[in-house]
Ligand binder design. Structure first.
Ligand code: SF4
Length: 557
Protein backbone atom coordinates (compact mmCIF):
# COMPACT_ATOMS: atom_id res chain seq x y z
CA UNK A 1 0.00 0.00 0.00
CA UNK A 2 1.48 3.30 -0.98
CA UNK A 3 -1.15 5.82 0.10
CA UNK A 4 -0.51 7.87 3.26
CA UNK A 5 -2.78 6.82 6.13
CA UNK A 6 -5.43 9.33 7.25
CA UNK A 7 -4.72 10.81 10.71
CA UNK A 8 -6.28 9.16 13.78
CA UNK A 9 -8.97 10.93 15.82
CA UNK A 10 -8.11 10.11 19.47
CA UNK A 11 -6.47 12.43 22.05
CA UNK A 12 -3.34 10.23 22.31
CA UNK A 13 -2.22 7.96 25.13
CA UNK A 14 -0.96 9.47 28.38
CA UNK A 15 -0.37 6.35 30.50
CA UNK A 16 2.30 3.79 29.78
CA UNK A 17 1.60 0.17 28.83
CA UNK A 18 2.39 -1.21 32.32
CA UNK A 19 -0.03 1.21 33.98
CA UNK A 20 -2.81 0.42 31.49
CA UNK A 21 -2.29 -3.31 31.91
CA UNK A 22 -2.45 -2.99 35.71
CA UNK A 23 -5.70 -1.01 35.42
CA UNK A 24 -7.21 -3.68 33.20
CA UNK A 25 -6.19 -6.58 35.41
CA UNK A 26 -7.46 -4.90 38.55
CA UNK A 27 -10.83 -3.96 36.95
CA UNK A 28 -11.23 -7.40 35.39
CA UNK A 29 -11.07 -8.84 38.90
CA UNK A 30 -13.19 -6.21 40.70
CA UNK A 31 -15.85 -5.77 37.99
CA UNK A 32 -16.18 -9.39 36.88
CA UNK A 33 -19.82 -9.52 38.00
CA UNK A 34 -20.67 -5.84 37.56
CA UNK A 35 -23.50 -4.71 35.30
CA UNK A 36 -22.99 -2.53 32.23
CA UNK A 37 -23.73 0.70 34.12
CA UNK A 38 -21.08 0.00 36.78
CA UNK A 39 -18.51 -0.96 34.19
CA UNK A 40 -19.12 2.20 32.19
CA UNK A 41 -19.10 4.39 35.31
CA UNK A 42 -15.61 3.02 36.07
CA UNK A 43 -14.62 3.58 32.43
CA UNK A 44 -15.71 7.22 32.55
CA UNK A 45 -13.94 7.85 35.86
CA UNK A 46 -10.72 6.16 34.70
CA UNK A 47 -10.36 7.30 31.08
CA UNK A 48 -12.66 10.30 30.57
CA UNK A 49 -12.62 11.03 26.81
CA UNK A 50 -9.58 8.83 26.23
CA UNK A 51 -11.81 5.93 25.26
CA UNK A 52 -13.63 5.07 22.05
CA UNK A 53 -16.69 2.87 21.37
CA UNK A 54 -16.38 0.56 18.36
CA UNK A 55 -19.76 0.16 16.66
CA UNK A 56 -20.76 -1.80 13.55
CA UNK A 57 -24.18 -0.07 13.36
CA UNK A 58 -26.11 -3.32 13.79
CA UNK A 59 -27.80 -3.93 17.19
CA UNK A 60 -24.59 -2.82 18.96
CA UNK A 61 -25.80 0.78 18.71
CA UNK A 62 -27.04 0.20 22.26
CA UNK A 63 -23.39 0.32 23.41
CA UNK A 64 -22.78 3.95 22.31
CA UNK A 65 -26.10 4.81 23.96
CA UNK A 66 -25.03 3.13 27.23
CA UNK A 67 -21.60 4.79 27.07
CA UNK A 68 -23.03 8.24 26.35
CA UNK A 69 -24.95 8.12 29.64
CA UNK A 70 -21.59 8.22 31.42
CA UNK A 71 -19.38 9.96 28.83
CA UNK A 72 -21.47 12.56 26.94
CA UNK A 73 -20.16 13.11 23.41
CA UNK A 74 -18.12 9.90 23.55
CA UNK A 75 -16.23 9.02 20.35
CA UNK A 76 -17.87 6.22 18.33
CA UNK A 77 -15.56 4.48 15.89
CA UNK A 78 -17.15 3.31 12.64
CA UNK A 79 -15.09 1.28 10.18
CA UNK A 80 -15.89 2.81 6.81
CA UNK A 81 -14.88 -0.11 4.60
CA UNK A 82 -16.69 1.28 1.54
CA UNK A 83 -18.70 -1.92 1.30
CA UNK A 84 -21.52 -1.26 3.76
CA UNK A 85 -25.23 -1.84 3.21
CA UNK A 86 -27.22 1.37 2.75
CA UNK A 87 -29.16 0.40 5.88
CA UNK A 88 -25.90 0.43 7.87
CA UNK A 89 -25.07 3.94 6.69
CA UNK A 90 -28.64 4.97 7.51
CA UNK A 91 -28.23 3.57 11.04
CA UNK A 92 -25.01 5.55 11.49
CA UNK A 93 -26.86 8.74 10.54
CA UNK A 94 -29.80 7.93 12.82
CA UNK A 95 -27.47 7.19 15.76
CA UNK A 96 -25.63 10.46 15.29
CA UNK A 97 -28.97 12.31 15.49
CA UNK A 98 -30.48 10.33 18.35
CA UNK A 99 -27.55 9.94 20.77
CA UNK A 100 -24.98 12.36 22.20
CA UNK A 101 -21.92 10.87 20.47
CA UNK A 102 -19.20 11.93 18.03
CA UNK A 103 -18.92 9.52 15.10
CA UNK A 104 -15.33 9.07 13.91
CA UNK A 105 -14.68 7.07 10.77
CA UNK A 106 -11.71 4.74 10.39
CA UNK A 107 -10.81 4.92 6.71
CA UNK A 108 -8.72 2.37 4.80
CA UNK A 109 -5.65 3.74 3.03
CA UNK A 110 -7.10 2.73 -0.33
CA UNK A 111 -10.54 3.50 -1.69
CA UNK A 112 -12.46 0.55 -3.11
CA UNK A 113 -11.57 1.72 -6.63
CA UNK A 114 -7.87 2.01 -5.75
CA UNK A 115 -7.93 -1.45 -4.17
CA UNK A 116 -9.64 -2.87 -7.27
CA UNK A 117 -6.91 -1.36 -9.45
CA UNK A 118 -4.07 -2.62 -7.28
CA UNK A 119 -5.40 -6.04 -6.25
CA UNK A 120 -8.08 -6.76 -8.86
CA UNK A 121 -11.85 -6.52 -8.35
CA UNK A 122 -13.72 -8.46 -5.66
CA UNK A 123 -10.72 -9.23 -3.47
CA UNK A 124 -13.28 -10.05 -0.77
CA UNK A 125 -14.32 -13.15 -2.76
CA UNK A 126 -10.80 -14.32 -3.45
CA UNK A 127 -8.96 -13.40 -0.26
CA UNK A 128 -11.25 -12.01 2.46
CA UNK A 129 -8.42 -12.18 5.00
CA UNK A 130 -6.32 -9.76 2.93
CA UNK A 131 -9.33 -7.56 2.25
CA UNK A 132 -10.26 -7.38 5.94
CA UNK A 133 -6.63 -6.74 6.85
CA UNK A 134 -6.57 -3.64 4.62
CA UNK A 135 -10.11 -2.35 5.11
CA UNK A 136 -10.71 -3.21 8.77
CA UNK A 137 -7.71 -4.31 10.80
CA UNK A 138 -5.16 -1.68 9.70
CA UNK A 139 -7.58 1.28 9.98
CA UNK A 140 -8.87 0.26 13.41
CA UNK A 141 -5.37 -0.44 14.72
CA UNK A 142 -4.36 3.03 13.58
CA UNK A 143 -7.35 4.62 15.34
CA UNK A 144 -7.07 2.55 18.54
CA UNK A 145 -3.46 3.62 18.88
CA UNK A 146 -4.68 7.11 19.77
CA UNK A 147 -6.85 5.99 22.74
CA UNK A 148 -6.07 4.26 26.05
CA UNK A 149 -9.18 2.07 26.06
CA UNK A 150 -11.92 0.88 23.77
CA UNK A 151 -15.49 -0.25 24.39
CA UNK A 152 -16.96 -3.01 22.27
CA UNK A 153 -20.32 -4.72 21.75
CA UNK A 154 -18.76 -8.20 21.92
CA UNK A 155 -21.14 -10.68 23.58
CA UNK A 156 -20.46 -14.21 24.82
CA UNK A 157 -23.31 -15.67 22.81
CA UNK A 158 -21.90 -14.30 19.50
CA UNK A 159 -19.82 -17.44 18.85
CA UNK A 160 -17.59 -19.97 20.57
CA UNK A 161 -14.47 -17.77 20.26
CA UNK A 162 -16.25 -15.14 22.38
CA UNK A 163 -17.80 -17.49 24.96
CA UNK A 164 -15.45 -16.46 27.80
CA UNK A 165 -15.33 -12.73 27.11
CA UNK A 166 -14.80 -10.76 30.38
CA UNK A 167 -16.34 -7.32 30.90
CA UNK A 168 -12.85 -5.75 31.24
CA UNK A 169 -9.66 -7.25 29.83
CA UNK A 170 -6.14 -6.43 28.73
CA UNK A 171 -6.04 -6.28 24.95
CA UNK A 172 -2.54 -7.53 24.24
CA UNK A 173 -2.90 -7.14 20.48
CA UNK A 174 -3.63 -3.41 20.77
CA UNK A 175 -1.76 -2.83 24.08
CA UNK A 176 -4.77 -1.11 25.64
CA UNK A 177 -7.75 -1.73 27.92
CA UNK A 178 -10.75 -3.41 26.34
CA UNK A 179 -14.19 -3.01 27.89
CA UNK A 180 -17.08 -5.28 26.93
CA UNK A 181 -20.01 -3.95 28.98
CA UNK A 182 -22.68 -6.13 27.33
CA UNK A 183 -20.60 -9.32 27.29
CA UNK A 184 -23.23 -11.16 29.34
CA UNK A 185 -26.28 -9.80 27.48
CA UNK A 186 -28.49 -11.92 25.25
CA UNK A 187 -29.67 -10.59 21.91
CA UNK A 188 -33.19 -10.31 23.42
CA UNK A 189 -31.82 -8.06 26.16
CA UNK A 190 -30.06 -5.90 23.56
CA UNK A 191 -33.22 -5.47 21.50
CA UNK A 192 -35.31 -4.80 24.63
CA UNK A 193 -32.87 -2.05 25.65
CA UNK A 194 -32.99 -0.53 22.15
CA UNK A 195 -36.81 -0.56 22.19
CA UNK A 196 -37.08 0.93 25.68
CA UNK A 197 -34.60 3.73 25.02
CA UNK A 198 -35.45 4.45 21.38
CA UNK A 199 -31.98 3.51 20.13
CA UNK A 200 -31.93 3.14 16.30
CA UNK A 201 -30.86 -0.32 15.17
CA UNK A 202 -30.12 -1.63 11.70
CA UNK A 203 -33.28 -2.43 9.69
CA UNK A 204 -31.58 -5.55 8.29
CA UNK A 205 -31.93 -7.21 11.70
CA UNK A 206 -35.59 -7.76 10.81
CA UNK A 207 -34.66 -9.27 7.46
CA UNK A 208 -32.69 -12.26 8.69
CA UNK A 209 -29.32 -10.58 9.31
CA UNK A 210 -28.51 -11.09 13.04
CA UNK A 211 -24.86 -10.19 12.32
CA UNK A 212 -24.14 -7.43 9.81
CA UNK A 213 -20.82 -6.71 8.14
CA UNK A 214 -19.86 -5.64 4.63
CA UNK A 215 -22.51 -6.30 1.98
CA UNK A 216 -20.43 -8.66 -0.23
CA UNK A 217 -19.56 -10.85 2.78
CA UNK A 218 -22.88 -10.99 4.61
CA UNK A 219 -25.95 -13.07 3.83
CA UNK A 220 -29.12 -13.63 5.83
CA UNK A 221 -29.22 -16.73 8.04
CA UNK A 222 -31.97 -19.31 8.30
CA UNK A 223 -33.89 -19.80 11.57
CA UNK A 224 -31.80 -21.95 13.91
CA UNK A 225 -28.51 -21.19 12.15
CA UNK A 226 -25.55 -19.74 14.03
CA UNK A 227 -26.16 -15.94 14.12
CA UNK A 228 -22.74 -15.38 12.51
CA UNK A 229 -23.19 -18.10 9.86
CA UNK A 230 -24.04 -15.38 7.34
CA UNK A 231 -20.60 -13.77 7.65
CA UNK A 232 -18.05 -14.89 5.02
CA UNK A 233 -20.28 -17.85 4.09
CA UNK A 234 -18.25 -20.37 2.11
CA UNK A 235 -15.04 -19.47 3.95
CA UNK A 236 -13.88 -20.82 7.29
CA UNK A 237 -13.41 -17.20 8.37
CA UNK A 238 -15.78 -16.16 11.19
CA UNK A 239 -13.98 -13.07 12.55
CA UNK A 240 -12.57 -10.08 10.72
CA UNK A 241 -9.46 -9.96 12.92
CA UNK A 242 -10.46 -7.03 15.17
CA UNK A 243 -11.12 -9.07 18.28
CA UNK A 244 -7.99 -11.17 18.82
CA UNK A 245 -7.70 -13.04 22.11
CA UNK A 246 -4.46 -13.02 24.11
CA UNK A 247 -2.08 -15.69 22.92
CA UNK A 248 -3.88 -15.85 19.60
CA UNK A 249 -1.73 -14.26 16.91
CA UNK A 250 -4.22 -14.41 14.09
CA UNK A 251 -7.71 -15.64 13.45
CA UNK A 252 -7.39 -19.03 11.76
CA UNK A 253 -8.53 -18.82 8.17
CA UNK A 254 -8.49 -21.75 5.80
CA UNK A 255 -10.60 -22.12 2.71
CA UNK A 256 -13.08 -24.96 2.96
CA UNK A 257 -12.52 -27.81 0.54
CA UNK A 258 -15.79 -27.24 -1.27
CA UNK A 259 -16.95 -23.67 -0.69
CA UNK A 260 -20.69 -23.28 -1.09
CA UNK A 261 -21.87 -20.65 -3.57
CA UNK A 262 -24.85 -18.68 -2.38
CA UNK A 263 -26.24 -16.03 -4.73
CA UNK A 264 -26.43 -12.57 -3.29
CA UNK A 265 -29.81 -10.86 -3.33
CA UNK A 266 -28.87 -8.84 -6.42
CA UNK A 267 -27.43 -11.86 -8.22
CA UNK A 268 -30.68 -13.76 -7.59
CA UNK A 269 -32.75 -10.89 -9.00
CA UNK A 270 -30.48 -10.58 -12.04
CA UNK A 271 -30.65 -14.31 -12.64
CA UNK A 272 -34.45 -14.32 -12.45
CA UNK A 273 -34.76 -11.39 -14.89
CA UNK A 274 -32.37 -12.94 -17.39
CA UNK A 275 -34.30 -16.21 -17.15
CA UNK A 276 -37.53 -14.34 -17.94
CA UNK A 277 -36.00 -12.72 -21.04
CA UNK A 278 -34.62 -16.00 -22.37
CA UNK A 279 -37.79 -17.90 -21.59
CA UNK A 280 -40.05 -15.40 -23.37
CA UNK A 281 -37.79 -15.11 -26.41
CA UNK A 282 -37.82 -18.89 -26.76
CA UNK A 283 -41.62 -19.08 -26.32
CA UNK A 284 -42.79 -16.11 -28.38
CA UNK A 285 -42.24 -14.94 -31.92
CA UNK A 286 -42.18 -11.13 -31.96
CA UNK A 287 -41.16 -9.52 -28.66
CA UNK A 288 -40.42 -5.83 -28.26
CA UNK A 289 -38.96 -3.93 -25.31
CA UNK A 290 -40.61 -0.72 -24.16
CA UNK A 291 -37.81 1.79 -23.64
CA UNK A 292 -38.44 5.23 -22.18
CA UNK A 293 -34.85 6.17 -21.29
CA UNK A 294 -35.75 6.09 -17.59
CA UNK A 295 -33.69 4.16 -15.04
CA UNK A 296 -35.92 1.07 -14.97
CA UNK A 297 -35.97 0.65 -18.71
CA UNK A 298 -32.21 1.26 -18.83
CA UNK A 299 -31.66 -1.47 -16.23
CA UNK A 300 -34.09 -3.74 -18.13
CA UNK A 301 -32.17 -3.16 -21.36
CA UNK A 302 -28.88 -3.86 -19.56
CA UNK A 303 -30.30 -7.20 -18.34
CA UNK A 304 -31.63 -8.04 -21.81
CA UNK A 305 -28.23 -7.32 -23.34
CA UNK A 306 -26.60 -9.61 -20.77
CA UNK A 307 -29.20 -12.33 -21.41
CA UNK A 308 -28.22 -12.67 -25.07
CA UNK A 309 -24.62 -11.42 -25.08
CA UNK A 310 -22.55 -11.63 -27.28
CA UNK A 311 -25.44 -11.90 -29.77
CA UNK A 312 -27.27 -8.65 -30.50
CA UNK A 313 -30.63 -8.07 -28.83
CA UNK A 314 -33.14 -10.32 -30.66
CA UNK A 315 -35.93 -7.73 -30.57
CA UNK A 316 -36.39 -4.00 -31.23
CA UNK A 317 -37.07 -1.31 -28.62
CA UNK A 318 -40.19 0.85 -28.68
CA UNK A 319 -40.46 4.37 -27.29
CA UNK A 320 -43.85 6.01 -26.92
CA UNK A 321 -42.80 9.64 -27.20
CA UNK A 322 -45.18 12.06 -25.45
CA UNK A 323 -43.41 15.07 -26.96
CA UNK A 324 -42.95 16.21 -23.36
CA UNK A 325 -39.69 14.40 -22.70
CA UNK A 326 -36.72 15.73 -20.80
CA UNK A 327 -34.06 16.50 -23.45
CA UNK A 328 -31.41 14.69 -21.36
CA UNK A 329 -33.48 11.52 -21.50
CA UNK A 330 -33.88 11.63 -25.28
CA UNK A 331 -30.16 12.22 -25.71
CA UNK A 332 -29.39 9.27 -23.46
CA UNK A 333 -31.91 7.10 -25.33
CA UNK A 334 -30.29 7.87 -28.67
CA UNK A 335 -26.77 7.27 -27.34
CA UNK A 336 -27.85 3.90 -25.90
CA UNK A 337 -29.48 2.87 -29.17
CA UNK A 338 -26.29 3.79 -31.01
CA UNK A 339 -24.00 2.02 -28.52
CA UNK A 340 -25.93 -1.25 -28.54
CA UNK A 341 -26.89 -1.01 -32.22
CA UNK A 342 -30.57 -1.37 -31.42
CA UNK A 343 -33.55 -1.02 -33.72
CA UNK A 344 -35.63 1.82 -32.29
CA UNK A 345 -39.32 2.30 -33.07
CA UNK A 346 -40.84 5.60 -31.96
CA UNK A 347 -44.63 6.07 -31.60
CA UNK A 348 -45.33 9.81 -31.31
CA UNK A 349 -48.28 11.21 -29.35
CA UNK A 350 -47.74 14.49 -31.21
CA UNK A 351 -48.61 12.80 -34.56
CA UNK A 352 -51.98 11.76 -33.09
CA UNK A 353 -52.67 15.28 -31.85
CA UNK A 354 -51.62 16.83 -35.16
CA UNK A 355 -54.04 14.72 -37.21
CA UNK A 356 -56.87 14.89 -34.67
CA UNK A 357 -56.87 11.28 -33.47
CA UNK A 358 -56.14 12.59 -29.97
CA UNK A 359 -56.87 15.87 -28.24
CA UNK A 360 -54.49 17.58 -25.86
CA UNK A 361 -55.83 17.43 -22.30
CA UNK A 362 -56.90 20.53 -20.40
CA UNK A 363 -54.28 19.85 -17.69
CA UNK A 364 -51.55 19.67 -20.35
CA UNK A 365 -50.26 16.25 -19.32
CA UNK A 366 -49.69 13.62 -21.97
CA UNK A 367 -48.93 10.45 -20.01
CA UNK A 368 -52.55 9.25 -20.29
CA UNK A 369 -52.45 9.88 -24.08
CA UNK A 370 -49.77 7.23 -24.61
CA UNK A 371 -52.19 4.29 -24.60
CA UNK A 372 -53.50 4.59 -28.16
CA UNK A 373 -50.09 5.10 -29.86
CA UNK A 374 -48.76 2.20 -27.79
CA UNK A 375 -51.57 -0.17 -28.80
CA UNK A 376 -51.30 0.88 -32.44
CA UNK A 377 -47.52 0.28 -32.43
CA UNK A 378 -48.02 -3.17 -30.90
CA UNK A 379 -50.68 -3.98 -33.50
CA UNK A 380 -48.68 -2.63 -36.47
CA UNK A 381 -45.55 -4.46 -35.36
CA UNK A 382 -47.58 -7.63 -34.69
CA UNK A 383 -45.73 -7.87 -31.39
CA UNK A 384 -46.85 -10.76 -29.20
CA UNK A 385 -44.81 -9.87 -26.11
CA UNK A 386 -43.97 -6.41 -24.75
CA UNK A 387 -41.29 -6.18 -22.08
CA UNK A 388 -41.91 -3.38 -19.58
CA UNK A 389 -39.96 -2.05 -16.61
CA UNK A 390 -42.88 -2.06 -14.14
CA UNK A 391 -42.09 -3.17 -10.59
CA UNK A 392 -44.55 -4.38 -7.98
CA UNK A 393 -43.30 -1.95 -5.34
CA UNK A 394 -44.16 1.10 -7.47
CA UNK A 395 -47.87 1.30 -6.77
CA UNK A 396 -51.00 -0.78 -6.16
CA UNK A 397 -52.04 -1.69 -9.70
CA UNK A 398 -48.53 -2.82 -10.58
CA UNK A 399 -48.43 -4.92 -7.42
CA UNK A 400 -51.36 -6.94 -8.79
CA UNK A 401 -49.64 -7.80 -12.05
CA UNK A 402 -48.20 -11.19 -12.87
CA UNK A 403 -44.70 -11.36 -14.41
CA UNK A 404 -46.41 -12.42 -17.64
CA UNK A 405 -49.74 -10.63 -18.00
CA UNK A 406 -52.32 -11.26 -20.72
CA UNK A 407 -53.84 -8.43 -22.77
CA UNK A 408 -56.95 -9.08 -24.88
CA UNK A 409 -57.43 -8.15 -28.54
CA UNK A 410 -58.12 -4.54 -27.49
CA UNK A 411 -54.98 -4.41 -25.37
CA UNK A 412 -57.09 -4.38 -22.20
CA UNK A 413 -56.10 -5.94 -18.86
CA UNK A 414 -58.56 -7.62 -16.51
CA UNK A 415 -56.99 -7.77 -13.04
CA UNK A 416 -59.73 -10.23 -11.91
CA UNK A 417 -58.80 -12.69 -14.61
CA UNK A 418 -55.12 -13.46 -14.18
CA UNK A 419 -53.32 -16.72 -14.56
CA UNK A 420 -51.67 -18.51 -11.68
CA UNK A 421 -47.88 -18.12 -11.74
CA UNK A 422 -46.27 -20.85 -9.69
CA UNK A 423 -42.58 -20.64 -8.87
CA UNK A 424 -40.92 -19.50 -12.10
CA UNK A 425 -43.36 -21.12 -14.50
CA UNK A 426 -44.68 -18.48 -16.88
CA UNK A 427 -47.63 -18.90 -19.23
CA UNK A 428 -47.46 -16.64 -22.30
CA UNK A 429 -50.12 -18.49 -24.33
CA UNK A 430 -52.55 -16.20 -26.12
CA UNK A 431 -54.93 -16.19 -29.06
CA UNK A 432 -54.32 -14.31 -32.31
CA UNK A 433 -54.70 -10.58 -31.70
CA UNK A 434 -53.91 -10.87 -28.00
CA UNK A 435 -50.47 -10.28 -26.56
CA UNK A 436 -48.66 -10.52 -23.24
CA UNK A 437 -46.92 -7.85 -21.24
CA UNK A 438 -43.80 -9.15 -19.50
CA UNK A 439 -42.26 -7.51 -16.43
CA UNK A 440 -38.74 -8.84 -15.78
CA UNK A 441 -38.24 -6.37 -12.88
CA UNK A 442 -41.45 -7.38 -11.07
CA UNK A 443 -39.67 -8.47 -7.92
CA UNK A 444 -37.16 -5.62 -7.77
CA UNK A 445 -37.53 -2.59 -5.51
CA UNK A 446 -36.32 0.92 -6.23
CA UNK A 447 -33.43 0.24 -3.84
CA UNK A 448 -32.55 -2.98 -5.67
CA UNK A 449 -32.50 -1.07 -8.96
CA UNK A 450 -30.11 1.52 -7.56
CA UNK A 451 -27.88 -1.07 -5.96
CA UNK A 452 -27.69 -2.88 -9.28
CA UNK A 453 -26.92 0.38 -11.09
CA UNK A 454 -24.08 0.81 -8.60
CA UNK A 455 -22.83 -2.77 -8.88
CA UNK A 456 -22.89 -2.75 -12.68
CA UNK A 457 -21.87 0.92 -13.02
CA UNK A 458 -24.79 1.59 -15.38
CA UNK A 459 -24.84 5.03 -16.96
CA UNK A 460 -28.02 7.09 -16.39
CA UNK A 461 -29.21 10.52 -17.58
CA UNK A 462 -27.70 13.13 -15.30
CA UNK A 463 -31.08 14.33 -14.02
CA UNK A 464 -31.22 11.30 -11.70
CA UNK A 465 -28.48 13.00 -9.64
CA UNK A 466 -28.61 16.27 -7.72
CA UNK A 467 -28.27 19.34 -9.93
CA UNK A 468 -29.44 22.95 -9.95
CA UNK A 469 -32.68 23.63 -11.85
CA UNK A 470 -35.36 26.33 -12.06
CA UNK A 471 -38.45 24.81 -10.47
CA UNK A 472 -41.80 25.83 -9.00
CA UNK A 473 -43.87 24.15 -6.32
CA UNK A 474 -47.20 22.55 -7.22
CA UNK A 475 -49.21 19.87 -5.40
CA UNK A 476 -46.31 19.06 -3.10
CA UNK A 477 -43.82 18.56 -5.96
CA UNK A 478 -41.08 20.59 -7.60
CA UNK A 479 -41.85 20.88 -11.33
CA UNK A 480 -39.20 22.01 -13.81
CA UNK A 481 -39.75 25.23 -15.71
CA UNK A 482 -39.93 24.45 -19.40
CA UNK A 483 -41.98 24.82 -22.57
CA UNK A 484 -44.58 22.34 -21.33
CA UNK A 485 -44.55 23.17 -17.63
CA UNK A 486 -45.04 26.84 -16.87
CA UNK A 487 -45.72 28.30 -13.42
CA UNK A 488 -49.13 29.83 -12.81
CA UNK A 489 -49.43 33.43 -11.63
CA UNK A 490 -49.15 32.61 -7.93
CA UNK A 491 -46.34 30.06 -8.37
CA UNK A 492 -42.84 31.28 -7.63
CA UNK A 493 -39.86 30.11 -9.71
CA UNK A 494 -36.89 29.13 -7.55
CA UNK A 495 -33.42 27.76 -8.28
CA UNK A 496 -33.11 24.57 -6.24
CA UNK A 497 -30.80 21.57 -6.01
CA UNK A 498 -33.00 18.67 -7.04
CA UNK A 499 -32.94 15.27 -8.66
CA UNK A 500 -35.53 13.05 -10.34
CA UNK A 501 -36.52 9.66 -8.96
CA UNK A 502 -38.56 8.84 -12.05
CA UNK A 503 -38.82 10.48 -15.46
CA UNK A 504 -41.86 10.84 -17.71
CA UNK A 505 -43.96 13.68 -19.07
CA UNK A 506 -42.19 16.88 -17.97
CA UNK A 507 -45.48 18.55 -17.18
CA UNK A 508 -46.37 16.10 -14.42
CA UNK A 509 -43.07 14.59 -13.25
CA UNK A 510 -41.77 16.21 -10.09
CA UNK A 511 -38.26 16.46 -8.74
CA UNK A 512 -37.23 15.99 -5.12
CA UNK A 513 -34.81 18.18 -3.22
CA UNK A 514 -31.65 16.14 -2.82
CA UNK A 515 -27.92 16.43 -2.30
CA UNK A 516 -27.26 12.97 -3.81
CA UNK A 517 -24.60 13.45 -6.46
CA UNK A 518 -23.27 9.90 -6.67
CA UNK A 519 -24.84 6.45 -6.94
CA UNK A 520 -23.81 5.75 -3.35
CA UNK A 521 -25.54 8.95 -2.21
CA UNK A 522 -28.73 7.96 -4.03
CA UNK A 523 -28.67 4.44 -2.54
CA UNK A 524 -28.35 5.96 0.91
CA UNK A 525 -31.22 8.36 0.21
CA UNK A 526 -33.51 5.69 -1.25
CA UNK A 527 -32.80 3.35 1.68
CA UNK A 528 -34.17 5.97 4.05
CA UNK A 529 -37.25 7.03 2.08
CA UNK A 530 -40.67 5.58 2.81
CA UNK A 531 -42.56 6.84 -0.29
CA UNK A 532 -42.21 5.16 -3.69
CA UNK A 533 -40.91 7.22 -6.56
CA UNK A 534 -44.27 7.22 -8.35
CA UNK A 535 -46.15 8.18 -5.18
CA UNK A 536 -43.69 10.98 -4.50
CA UNK A 537 -43.16 12.51 -7.93
CA UNK A 538 -45.85 11.58 -10.48
CA UNK A 539 -48.85 13.90 -10.43
CA UNK A 540 -50.83 11.77 -12.90
CA UNK A 541 -50.73 8.80 -10.50
CA UNK A 542 -52.20 10.86 -7.69
CA UNK A 543 -55.44 11.77 -9.43
CA UNK A 544 -57.41 8.94 -7.83
CA UNK A 545 -56.52 5.89 -5.76
CA UNK A 546 -57.05 3.76 -8.87
CA UNK A 547 -55.66 6.10 -11.55
CA UNK A 548 -52.99 3.66 -12.69
CA UNK A 549 -55.28 0.64 -12.59
CA UNK A 550 -57.89 2.42 -14.74
CA UNK A 551 -55.23 3.27 -17.32
CA UNK A 552 -53.75 -0.21 -17.27
CA UNK A 553 -57.17 -1.75 -17.90
CA UNK A 554 -57.33 0.37 -21.06
CA UNK A 555 -53.97 -0.88 -22.29
CA UNK A 556 -51.46 1.50 -20.69
CA UNK A 557 -48.36 0.04 -19.05
S1 SF4 B 1 -15.93 -8.02 5.36
FE1 SF4 B 1 -15.56 -8.54 3.19
S2 SF4 B 1 -15.66 -6.59 2.04
FE2 SF4 B 1 -15.47 -6.11 4.24
S3 SF4 B 1 -13.31 -5.81 4.54
FE3 SF4 B 1 -13.71 -7.96 5.05
S4 SF4 B 1 -13.44 -9.14 3.17
FE4 SF4 B 1 -13.51 -6.93 2.62
Amino acid sequence: MSTIAPPAHGPGRVRGVDELRALAEDAAHRLADADAGEVLAWTAATFGRNVVVACSMAADTVVPHLAAQHIPGVDVLFLQTGYHFAETIGTREALAHAVDVRIVEALPRLTVAEQDTEYGPKLHDRDPQECCAMRKVEPINRELGSYEAWITGVRREDNSLRANTPVVEWDAAHQMVKINPVAAWSSDEVMAYAGTHGVPVNLLLDEGYPSIGCEPCTRPVAPGEDPRAGRWAGHAKTECGLHVAEGQDTIPVTPTALPSRTLTHLEALESESIHIFREMVSELERPVLLFSGGKDSIVMLHLAAKAFWPAPLPFPVLHVDTGHNFPEVLAHRDATVERLRLRLIVARVQDYIDDGRLLDRSDGTRNPLQTQPLLDAISEGRFDAVFGGGRRDEEKARAKERVVSLRDEFGAWDPRNQRPELWNLYNPRHRPGEHVRVFPLSNWTELDVWRYIGAEQIDLPHLYYAHERDVFHRDGMWLAVGDVSRPRDHEQVERRVVRYRTVGDMSCTGAVESAAITIADVIEEVALTRITERGATRADDRVTEAAMEDRKKEGYF
